[in-house]
Design a protein around this ligand. Structure first.
Ligand code: ATP
Ligand code: MG
Length: 605
């Protein structure tokens, strides 16, 4: 490609709303442009890298035996109503009507569409396992699109959906996908951290996210200093720092303890105020929080709720006062699409007291979920369900009994590893990919079935696996840049080599054109900067757009015997003088070696 014939509108400065380096560099290098909030267009240069990423992902997916399909982006609402997500997905789901007033969604993800496709043609166990993928546009009406294509509204995802007869088969594909993902990220020059993640309301049995460390990360990762344990804080567990007791044991133990008694606590509502007032630590309190759980569905709940499950279920969560409730764990436990703290009026309705005086002792008519830490508390302080009063010496089991005891705490870096007891540390991360065992969540409600060996109808198990392409590309730039611009890893570079003629005329022009043709023949993506610009301008643009090999051709070196050119790698200082006649072969060989090593280095198959 000749620079003058291409379209690379570089910018000296990034627009003021670009806050992160990848967003700035993608705009400045002329890779993307913003059409509206969260909507970005790829210009020719950006699209070249995007296509290379697509190719890498496609190769790795195909290598696992996954099959590419191309469903539509616009999907009939009926499918989303079948799965229930028409109601639970909220405003992130973009809904449109066609001219016949029919409802449609613009796919934010494609469990429904692919499940429906498979349902129509699946008849026998012989067709399974089946893993279908697409690389296609998604739309999510994100509340706050930001950081350029990192969190856009429209983006491209590679999403795969697998179907299985049994757990072992699902696990095999899940492992294959995890391996393919690690290969993809390695080939992109990304250091990802796989962490275990929340498997949500899906009743699924496993979920792993591929995170990239980032100051602007939306996720908190909890990692062990001594072993491999790594988890999203939404999911992280820890070694218990308490001795748990069952209800019966707790009752027995509490029998001989001082009785619960009421104390006046005027104008003290927060735990901090109470600690100061009662001169005690936060860990002596039982924090009592009222939540609203949206669309609860878990089997666990069915044992406690008679009749139909309400769309909105108030519940009370208890946790030791020095800890916080993890709302993702809580939602997951309840099979809810969301949990949120209840409004003050609702708190008063349920507890009979103003906010700040809730407690489990004497609380009736609401489902109570206690964190495991609470089951070890024998002389706790809690709200007394009336204004300006608390109870002390409250004992778990004796003075109150929760309906459910579970791990709902938010783990912090101060906790200890559940696997080895080691110390934790914390990182901020951005999610690039996510693999997920869905079990029967969609296949059951959408009534997919196949006939097993005995001719009996069965529901297939399902897994889903997603990678965001735009976000991955941005993450590569976040990890590979310097003050001058992008430093593309070779596999994703829009062009692999840049030829800069000092002045594009005479012998220099001839040598440049020849080298350009030769590199092209050797399969190198080459850009020839044929513009009538000063070399400094061309160097700056070359550095900004991050082309890995730079060849400078000037009169002086051409006059040497043998004729020479300057060869420099982006990101390195060294400038090599290379014979003109050998330049193409040297570049092609170095590029080939590097691409192969990106492909194979530690590659998992
Ligand atoms: P996040 O928590 O960041 O919103 P998610 O968990 O909703 O992401 P998934 O549904 O797991 O995302 O989607 C799979 C992948 O799609 C993500 O790992 C990410 O790479 C990409 N992705 C999701 N939302 C966006 C977005 N708004 N812009 C760009 N990429 C996105
Ligand atoms: Mg995710």
């Amino acid at each position: 490609m000749k620079f003058s014939k291409f379209f690379i509108p570089t910018l000296r400065e990034a627009p003021g709303d670009a806050a992160v380096i990848s967003h700035k560099l993608m705009l400045r290098s002329g890779m993307i442009r913003r059409l509206a909030n969260g909507l970005f267009a790829y210009l020719p240069l950006g699209l070249r890298s995007f296509r290379k990423l697509e190719r890498i992902i496609r190769e790795e997916m195909d290598a696992t035996g996954a099959l590419e399909v191309k469903p539509t982006v616009v999907v009939p609402a009926e499918l989303w109503k079948e799965s229930g997500r028409w109601d639970t997905m909220g405003e992130a789901l973009l809904r449109v009507k066609n001219r016949q007033n029919g409802d449609f969604v613009i796919s934010p993800t494609a469990e429904e569409a692919i499940t429906a496709l498979v349902r129509d043609d699946l008849s026998s166990y012989k067709q399974l396992p089946l893993n279908l993928y697409q690389i296609n546009t998604k739309y999510r009406d994100e509340v706050r699109p930001r950081y350029g294509v990192m969190r856009g509204r429209e983006f491209v995802m590679k999403d795969a959906y697998s179907f299985h007869t049994d757990d072992a088969s699902l696990s095999r594909t899940y492992e294959d996908m995890g391996r393919a993902y690690r290969n993809i990220f390695r080939r992109c020059g990304l250091s990802v951290i796989p962490v275990s993640a929340d498997s949500g309301a899906m009743g699924g049995s496993g979920s792993e996210e591929f995170m990239i460390e980032s100051e602007i990360g939306d996720n908190t990762l909890i990692l062990c200093k001594s072993c491999e344990y790594a988890a999203n804080v939404e999911k992280a567990a820890c070694k218990p720092d308490f001795v748990p007791a069952g209800i019966a044991a707790a009752k027995e133990a509490a029998a001989g303890l001082p009785a619960m008694s009421r104390i006046d606590t005027p104008d003290t509502k927060s735990i901090a105020e109470l600690c100061a007032f009662l001169k005690t630590g936060a860990n002596k309190f039982i924090k009592t929080l009222v939540y609203q759980a949206a669309n609860p569905s878990g089997d666990l709940l069915k044992a406690h709720i008679g009749g139909d499950m309400p769309a909105m279920l108030p519940i009370v969560a208890l946790i030791r006062g020095d800890l916080d409730v993890n709302e993702t764990k809580l939602a997951s436990l309840l099979g809810a699409s969301d949990v949120a703290l209840a409004a003050d009026t609702e708190v008063t309705r349920i507890t009979g007291a103003p906010v700040g005086f809730a407690g489990p002792a004497g609380l009736n008519g609401v489902l109570i979920i206690a964190d495991e830490t609470v089951s070890a508390m024998t002389n706790a302080i809690t709200g007394a369900l009336v204004k300006d009063a608390h109870y002390q010496n409250v004992a778990f089991g004796r003075d109150f009994e929760p309906n459910i005891i579970a791990d709902i705490r938010t783990v912090t870096a101060n906790d200890r590893c559940p696997v080895c007891g080691g110390e934790f540390y914390e990182k901020k991360g951005n999610e690039l990919g996510h693999i997920f065992k869905l079990a029967c969540k969609y296949t059951k409600v959408m009534k997919v079935s196949y006939l097993d060996v005995d001719g009996k109808a069965q529901t297939p198990l399902m897994g889903c696996y997603g990678i965001g392409l735009d976000r991955t590309l941005a993450a590569v730039i976040e990890e590979h840049n310097d003050g001058a611009g992008i430093i593309w890893p070779l596999p994703l570079a829009p062009f692999e080599a840049l030829i800069v003629p000092v002045k594009y005329e005479g012998a220099v022009k001839e040598a440049s054109d020849n080298l350009y043709a030769e590199l092209g023949k050797l399969g190198i993506d080459v850009l020839l900067d044929d513009r009538d610009e000063r070399p400094g301008v061309k160097f700056n643009d070359g550095d900004l757009i991050g082309i890995p090999f730079r060849v400078v051709i000037g009169d002086k070196n051409l006059k040497a015997q043998p004729r020479r050119i300057e060869l420099k790698r982006r990101g390195e200082d060294e400038v090599r003088l290379v014979e003109l006649e050998r330049a193409a072969a040297i570049i092609a060989e170095e590029a080939r070696t590097e691409l192969m090593s990106a492909y194979y280095a530690g590659g998992e198959t």
